[in-house]
Design a protein around this ligand. Structure first.
Ligand code: BGP
Length: 476
């Protein structure tokens, strides 16, 4: 059974949820320059705002002006924890100022106070697919070593400001996205001189792994700062866990799947949880033609700045094998081969509840630190009925089947701290920029053409999840 203090809740990201992109001194961020897209048509990144395009982050679900109402809804569901992120560009509009924007800081004071008033523990992601645009355009994001110092200025500011309000922090959202082409814009912010589809940017592997290395150093320094100055803080890492099975028992495919697991899932967490680059990184860099610039001081910091807990998102699994083995399927940031035993969501992500138990066991076996699932859920079309109800039985089914597997993982012996389902209040989709790809227990009347009155409505899953939390997971 789940612990008595299990952190039940939901998760959001500032750039997909807050809106108010240029309000109260906030600077433009990289996601503010991304247009909307669809499953078939990629979002565009533009250097300036282009007339005739819709930029969904500009209003999003307008949490900025609805946060009291929203947090009250989360409290009504009995939330113990609310995972959210701070918009770096709300605190430092270009990322390079020395002094923070007081109005931005005040906004999060209000949010945290509201959470604490309702007995909800904030879990704050410092960097969730967002950085000030100026850092991307002038420095090419995380490719520049200078970005580490700018980030640390931001981190020390928010740590000091919120030290009495926030205990749980996450450094980088889905840090392993930085290894994928899709991460070049959304994760490592390498947008200097680029304009076009977000999945077509052509950075070299060398640049990709260098930018990621700078994030590792920033993450380690963040943990070191927390441990030195704020002993009550707990800092975690975060990855997108892409459960990868061999497509069949051909030994070559077993090896390929193992290698995929190392490269895509363990590489980042080995650095952040164990405090050193893993043995296989040398071979992996060689194969990719990468020679990262890593100093002795970087390695010392990485060794000292290991995280207190590990978190990940889990949505789906894929199969891995030799080219041409099977049909391909899409997934969270990356796809793979089709698994004939699984069904897929409306966006083609394979639904695999058992995979979450497998992932938790694999991660716990490797690291023995407390784990937390900080994203999971079903992106689906919802229908708003005339009487205002939304019968999202498919979402309840998805969540029930995954939470059942969490229970089993706990009985396997995994130390699980909590579970926050993704997009608890409807928000903009990361990969497609759509509103109609909804995850929430709360429906937001906002639509893909940018219209909608932003009214919040409880879905059927709202009442179901409230009962799950009330019974600490006994009633599913
Ligand atoms: C993760 C991100 C989230 C989120 C989620 C769902 O990768 O951390 O920001 O959006 O995926 O993805 P999507 O919105 O594309 O369905």
């Amino acid at each position: 059974m789940f612990k008595d203090d299990f952190l039940w809740g939901g998760a959001t990201a500032a750039n997909q949820f807050e809106g108010a992109w240029n309000v109260d001194g906030k600077g433009p961020s990289i996601p503010d320059m991304c247009t909307n897209g669809t499953r078939e048509r990629a979002k565009l990144f533009t250097q300036t705002i282009k007339p005739g395009y819709l930029y969904p982050s500009h209003e999003a679900s307008d949490f900025y002006h609805h946060y009291k109402e929203d947090i009250a809804l989360l409290a009504e569901m009995g939330y113990k924890c609310f995972r959210m992120s701070i918009n770096w560009s709300r605190i430092f509009p270009t990322g390079m100022e020395k002094e923070p924007n007081e109005k931005g800081l005040e906004f999060y004071d209000g949010v945290f106070d509201e959470c604490l008033k309702h007995g909800i523990e904030p879990l704050v992601t410092l960097s969730h697919y967002e950085m000030p645009l100026a850092l991307g355009v002038e420095k090419n994001g995380w490719l520049s070593r200078d970005t580490i110092d700018h980030f640390m200025n931001y981190v020390s500011t928010v740590f000091e400001r919120y030290k009495d309000k926030v205990r749980y922090w996450i450094t980088f959202n889905e840090i392993n996205a930085g290894q994928m082409p899709m991460g070049d814009i959304i994760s490592t912010g390498m947008v200097k001189g680029y304009e076009g589809p977000i999945n077509e940017i052509t950075h070299t592997e060398q640049e990709r792994y260098q930018a990621l290395h700078h994030q590792f150093v920033a993450s380690a320094r963040t943990v070191m700062l927390a441990h030195k100055k704020y002993p009550r803080f707990k800092v975690g890492n975060m990855l997108t866990f892409i459960a990868a099975y061999p497509v069949n028992c051909d030994p070559d495919n077993i090896l390929l799947a193992n290698k995929y697991m190392q490269n895509m899932n363990w590489y980042c967490s080995d650095v952040q949880v164990k405090g050193a680059y893993p043995y296989y990184s040398t071979a992996m860099w060689k194969e990719k033609g990468v020679i990262p610039n890593i100093t002795a001081r970087d390695l010392e910091e990485i060794e000292k700045g290991t995280v207190d807990f590990m978190t990940f998102s889990y949505y789906m699994s894929i199969c891995v094998g030799k080219e041409g083995e099977k049909d391909r399927v899409s997934g969270n940031l990356t796809g793979g081969f089709k698994n004939p035993y699984l069904e897929s969501s409306d966006w083609g992500w394979q639904i695999d509840p058992v995979g979450i138990r497998w992932a938790l066991n694999a991660a716990y076996d490797r690291y023995r630190v407390p784990l937390m699932i900080v994203e999971n859920g079903l992106g689906a079309f919802d229908k708003l009925e005339e009487d205002g109800s939304i019968h999202d039985t498919y979402r309840i089914d998805y969540m029930r089947r995954h939470i059942e597997q969490l229970k089993l993982a706990v009985s396997d012996g995994v130390d699980l701290m909590g579970y926050t389902n993704w997009g608890c209040i409807d928000l903009v989709s990361l990969t497609t920029g759509e509103m109609r790809k909804r995850y929430g227990q709360v429906f937001v009347e906002k639509y893909d053409d940018g219209t909608g009155n932003l009214k919040r409505r409880r879905k059927d899953s709202f009442f179901w999840y409230r009962d799950v939390i009330r019974s600490n997971g006994r009633e599913l």
